[in-house]
Ligand binder design. Structure first.
Ligand SMILES: Nc1ncnc2c1ncn2[C@@H]1O[C@H](COP(=O)(O)OP(=O)(O)O)[C@@H](O)[C@H]1O
Ligand SMILES: [Mg+2]
Length: 379
């Protein structure tokens, strides 16, 4: 199983909350469909390269990739701020060709909290409703509900400059969500916050999303944030979607070296030759439970490497002797830098016992990898 807790699952599917507004609309409401979408800037930069995505209504979908891979450009295309060089976009089943940003039922939250400096918190949040002519009593009620949900009701009368970064970002999120758009686009909205605040807002944002039933397309370069929050992710590199799927599937079964390394620590070995389920690697012979057609590398996540003392009995296959070269104590887990016949292997184990770590530098131990824990990959 995935070592990283699934916040999305832990929070549930929204059944405990008020009935999502989206439920009363048709099945296409909030669906985002990109067909062969490309964007080439005037200087020739290919920022987005034939991207195909179908984001389902009410889904928390994440675009994950390194800086410069085209995440922001893709969001801006969906919002209508950038023209396409090719392809088509449908939101809630309607083509967005020629539809300007303000006519799309989409709200965007950016990394920098773009609040109106001359308006207080409540006025900032109610701004969109006011523009749409929502009556004062109704506006006040919805604004108050939203501020309570985002835990900012005590700051209602404060001006933006009187708020901390985290509080300002709560206001920015509240201001986008109160309009109940079909789709909310979020461009690294939490990345300027410190770790603890960020975790708190991750949980709150997920709760709000499940409760309101809106489609979220969330951008991050942080693999941990993507794993924790998303229903599905698309891993991007140089304008291309390298792999798309449920987070746990992509983490457990990356298609290639780029995706495997981007989603977390991994041990990757080049395949030298193959005989049925047995492959020859620099580590030695490895038995796999499943081998894909194109097999160039095999990958093992560090938490799947099993360690035991030399006295314990081996299991016959995928057994090695290792030497502990390095131990990194990380609180809940320890990371072991091992050496097997001169080749490095990283293993992570939970620190469930008392004392700092289980094995010491210089110690020799037994290493085992289950065939089902080894992933065969292409390039
Ligand atoms: N207005 C622009 N003109 C030219 N190139 C741009 C423009 N905006 C972005 N780019 C380039 O497009 C690529 C993708 O950028 P961006 O979408 O901002 O990536 P990300 O959000 O993933 O960091 C980068 O190479 C960037 O330099
Ligand atoms: Mg960006």
């Amino acid at each position: 199983m995935n070592a990283i807790p699934r916040l999305a699952q832990a929070i549930g599917d929204g059944k405990d909350f008020a009935k999502p507004a989206a439920e009363i609309h048709d099945a296409q409401h909030g669906k985002v469909h990109l067909q062969d979408v490309s964007k080439v800037f005037a200087d020739g930069t290919v920022a987005v390269d034939r991207v195909n995505l179908e984001v389902e209504p009410g889904e928390f979908f994440t675009l994950l990739g390194p800086s410069g891979c085209g995440k922001t450009t893709l969001l801006r295309i969906i919002a209508g701020f950038e023209d396409l060089n090719g392809g088509a976009i449908f939101i809630s089943g309607r083509s967005m060709l020629g539809v300007p940003p303000h006519a799309r039922n989409v709200n965007t939250v950016f990394q920098s909290y773009a609040l109106f400096p001359q308006l207080n918190v409540a006025e900032n949040i109610a701004f969109g409703l006011r523009m749409r002519g929502v009556k004062t009593v109704e506006r006040r009620r919805r604004c108050q509900d939203m501020m309570v949900s985002m835990q900012i009701d005590v700051f209602a009368k404060r001006m933006p400059h009187q708020l901390s970064g985290g509080q300002r970002q709560r206001v920015a999120l509240a201001r986008a969500l109160i309009n109940e758009p079909e789709v909310v686009l979020l461009d690294e909205p939490l990345s300027a916050l410190d770790a603890k605040l960020r975790q708190e807002l991750q949980v709150e944002l997920l709760r709000m999303q499940k409760r309101l039933g809106m489609t979220f397309i969330f951008v991050t370069h942080d693999q941990h944030e993507a794993l924790v929050m998303s229903d599905r992710i698309a891993v991007m590199d140089k304008g291309l979607v390298r792999q798309m799927g449920r987070v746990d599937d992509v983490y457990e079964r990356p298609r290639d070296v780029f995706v495997a390394e981007f989603l977390g620590l991994s041990n990757i070995f080049r395949v030298q030759s193959k005989q049925g389920a047995d492959v020859s690697t620099s580590l030695g012979m490895l038995r796999l439970s499943h081998t894909p057609e194109t097999l160039q590398h095999v990958m093992v996540r560090p938490e799947k490497v099993l360690l035991s003392s030399l006295e314990e009995k081996g299991r016959g296959i995928n057994d090695f002797h290792g030497l502990v070269r390095e131990v990194l104590y990380m609180g809940a887990t320890s990371q072991y830098g091992l050496e097997i016949d001169g080749y490095p292997l990283v293993a992570t184990i939970s620190n469930t016992q008392n004392g700092r770590t289980r094995y010491r530098v210089g110690e020799r131990l037994r290493v085992h990898i289950e065939p089902a824990s080894i992933v065969g990959m292409g390039g």
